[in-house]
Design a protein around this ligand. Structure first.
Ligand SMILES: Cc1cc2nc3c(=O)[nH]c(=O)nc-3n(C[C@H](O)[C@H](O)[C@H](O)COP(=O)(O)OP(=O)(O)OC[C@H]3O[C@@H](n4cnc5c(N)ncnc54)[C@H](O)[C@@H]3O)c2cc1C
Length: 256
């Protein structure tokens, strides 16, 4: 029997375990854009060779297992769904699998949504808005925990997969000034990982807001008016976006 185990590798991390019928399962988590044109099977075999513990416990034959690709990114509906619907579980908020909390949160979310609907049916007009706000708090709590846990891995600081996940708690070389001019700095191909950094703010909105140079103050105020972020969260988010090169700071010695 294999106890559940997680192993970090340069471009992602592995999970392996036995399941109740005695078979072993393994999952490799990476960013889709880091696969460089490989087929799923090629990525699987290459990434397994980059492990030491997972490879030895699964056996060399695991290289020939046929993997299936699934999107496991953190995402949020980011607001109420269509009129007459309440989103629950992954439909409302999908969490990073490293948190191992998607199932419990989905069950708890189901209870919360049922209670909110019951209260709304009894005339409590704020019940559904409070449910949405609880989801927003859960997402922010999750993001903070996610940054903390990914931050514990420090062997692969030069690797894009880990750089992206360290961005939210990167040491700030220089504090952004409200007057700093910011501009969108990413090619469209690179936005996929960014979506996991800001799951409740669609990347298209960030791109539209910063497509033309704007001051950090102006961008912060617009984001604050659109989303339920406090000042600290906004500043942290802007620094993370700069660190991940999603936003460029024009002039002022920040480099390219
Ligand atoms: C690779 C991976 C590993 C994970 N590991 C963990 C873990 O270790 N621990 C943990 O707690 N969570 C983990 N999660 C997250 C967890 O699986 C989800 O958070 C959880 O399953 C969400 O439950 P849900 O009911 O919202 O959605 P789901 O479990 O996805 O259920 C939705 C159901 O709706 C069905 N459906 C979709 N569309 C329709 C339609 N139009 N009509 C009818 N049916 C439809 C789907 O087939 C599915 O059965 C992991 C997720 C992934 C992707």
């Amino acid at each position: 029997m294999l106890e559940p185990m997680v192993e970090a590798t340069p471009a992602g991390w592995w999970y392996s375990s036995s399941i109740p019928d005695g078979r072993a399962i393994a999952i490799y988590f990476t960013d889709a854009d880091l696969r460089e044109g490989e087929t799923l099977s090629e990525t699987w075999a290459r990434a397994l060779m980059e492990t030491s513990l997972s490879r030895s416990r699964l056996g060399e034959e695991a290289r020939a297992w046929r993997p299936r690709g699934i999107d496991a990114g953190t995402q949020s509906l980011g607001g109420p769904p269509a009129l007459g619907c309440v989103a629950v579980g992954d439909a409302a908020l999908a969490l990073d699998p490293l948190s191992s909390s998607g199932l419990t949160r989905a069950i708890e979310g189901g209870k919360m949504a049922a209670l909110a609907l019951h209260r709304a049916g009894g005339g409590d007009l704020g019940a559904l808005a409070r449910y949405e706000s609880e989801l927003g708090s859960a997402l922010r709590e999750h993001q903070a925990g996610k940054a903390r846990y990914y931050g514990l891995e420090t062997r692969f600081l030069d690797e894009p997969f880990w750089q992206r996940r360290h961005a939210l708690r990167a040491p700030i070389a220089r504090i952004l000034s409200p007057k700093d001019e910011l501009c969108w700095g990413l090619e469209d191909a690179a936005v996929l990982p960014l979506a996991s950094l800001t799951p409740d703010i669609p990347v298209s909105i960030l791109r539209d807001l910063a497509e033309k140079p704007c001051s950090a103050r102006c961008l912060a105020e617009t984001l604050r008016s659109l989303y339920q972020y406090d000042d600290t969260e906004i500043v942290q988010l802007l620094h993370a976006l700069v660190h991940s090169r999603s936003l460029r700071v024009l002039g002022g010695g920040w480099g390219a």
